[in-house]
Design a protein around this ligand. Sequence first.
Ligand SMILES: CC(C)(COP(=O)(O)OP(=O)(O)OC[C@H]1O[C@@H](n2cnc3c(N)ncnc32)[C@H](O)[C@@H]1OP(=O)(O)O)[C@@H](O)C(=O)NCCC(=O)NCCS
Length: 166
Amino acid sequence: MILLETERLLFRKHEPSDEAAFVQMQMDAEFRRFVGGRVLPHDEAVQRFRRRYLGKPNGDFGLRATILKEENTYIGYCGLAGDRAKATLAYYIARPYWGRGLATEAARALVDLGFAKLKLPRIVASAERGHVVSERILEKLGFELERQEVTGTAGRVICHYSLAQR
Ligand SMILES: CC(C)(COP(=O)(O)OP(=O)(O)OC[C@H]1O[C@@H](n2cnc3c(N)ncnc32)[C@H](O)[C@@H]1OP(=O)(O)O)[C@@H](O)C(=O)NCCC(=O)NCCS
């Protein structure tokens, strides 16, 4: 895995000590609003952490534990999910750390990693329609809306974006 660091953030594999903060994020309704819309019960969040995140990512693709350097605190998970064929930018920051430009800083670094070091031809991203903060981040980075899709029974509309290698 290519190590990644920005001015304020450090990205690494998930460790057991990240579990409590991860679980707390999944139990926060505001955090989950545009991420499936459903708060996860404690045990489900723990299982998800252990199955999908602990010890990961193993390579360049996958969501990385995101650490705020000045506090040495786990504040979320960000990364390029998927693989070379479909690298998907994703960012999840805990609510106490919103509004400081941290997701933008992470997203910028991940896009640079994807294009400059991993030589990806294209990066995709998706956000639920009406998620203005996520839309703003993607817009700032130059992503373009490709298509919209209605998912599930709740009629949620997912907007799919892409950004090509410059
Ligand atoms: C989406 C998320 C990652 C944003 O994190 P963040 O660190 O607060 O984002 P930033 O501080 O980088 O702000 C992004 C932009 O949104 C803008 N913004 C913030 N709140 C806004 C609002 N209510 N209306 C419009 N724009 C808003 C910010 O001003 C900033 O734009 P700017 O740089 O032009 O000022 C965070 O809210 C989160 O983790 N939410 C839950 C999980 C999630 O939804 N992930 C994304 C799934 S697509």
